[in-house]
Design a binder for this molecule. Structure first.
Ligand SMILES: C[S@@+](CC[C@H](N)C(=O)[O-])C[C@H]1O[C@@H](n2cnc3c(N)ncnc32)[C@H](O)[C@@H]1O
Length: 169
């Protein structure tokens, strides 16, 4: 069932995230998983001339790629994050753009989640959660030639893994 998005509320939530998550002293880094030094790195991208990151957050991954000559652009729903990332990383050549997408028509399988930290004003947002096989089916139906979805296990048994999906046009 489609989920009605409240863009103003989601922007407020991610602006709050930006205020706590952006660390000005952090260096560029690129890692697909949430565990430092674990899992695949930028090699999964091949040798791209350009990249576009949706929901680019702190911009550290784009700064990493921009410093290696890739034309890197990020879009993010949070104007606070876009401003911080631009100020911090513009010198690398990476570009950050505010984006305000509409809800995806027909999207289903949403999960509500509170913003990270469970402290402060109670705010929630939706995330879309499917098993790997369903992501592959959705992407192929959306027009990709092939799609490969898998979960990279966490470095510690029983901890949360990382879903990584590659799709080709
Ligand atoms: C948890 S951060 C992830 C940042 C980055 N991709 C990374 O792995 O470090 C999620 C980012 O996505 C942005 N975001 C959330 N929903 C979005 C949407 N619908 N369109 C664009 N950006 C969105 C948030 O503002 C936030 O900065």
């Amino acid at each position: 069932m489609p989920v009605p998005h409240d863009i103003a509320a989601e922007t407020e939530l991610w602006d709050a995230f930006a205020e706590s998550a952006f660390k000005a002293e952090a260096e560029p880094s690129f890692c697909w998983t949430q565990y430092a030094g674990h899992g695949p790195g930028p090699e999964l991208l091949g040798d791209p001339a350009t990249v576009l990151e949706l929901g680019c957050g702190t911009g550290r991954a784009l700064a990493h790629l921009a410093a290696r000559g890739v034309e890197a652009t990020g879009v993010d729903l949070s104007p606070v994050m876009v401003a911080k990332a631009t100020e911090r990383w513009a010198h690398t050549g990476a570009r950050f753009v505010f984006s305000q997408p509409p809800a995806i028509p027909g999207a289903y399988g949403p999960q509500g989640m509170y913003k990270g930290g469970f402290a402060g004003k109670a705010m929630y947002t939706y995330r879309y959660s499917y098993p790997p096989r369903v992501w592959e089916r959705l992407l192929v139906r959306a027009g990709f030639r092939s799609a490969d979805a898998r979960v990279v296990e966490a470095p510690e048994p029983g901890h949360i893994g990382t879903l990584i999906v590659r799709a080709r046009l």
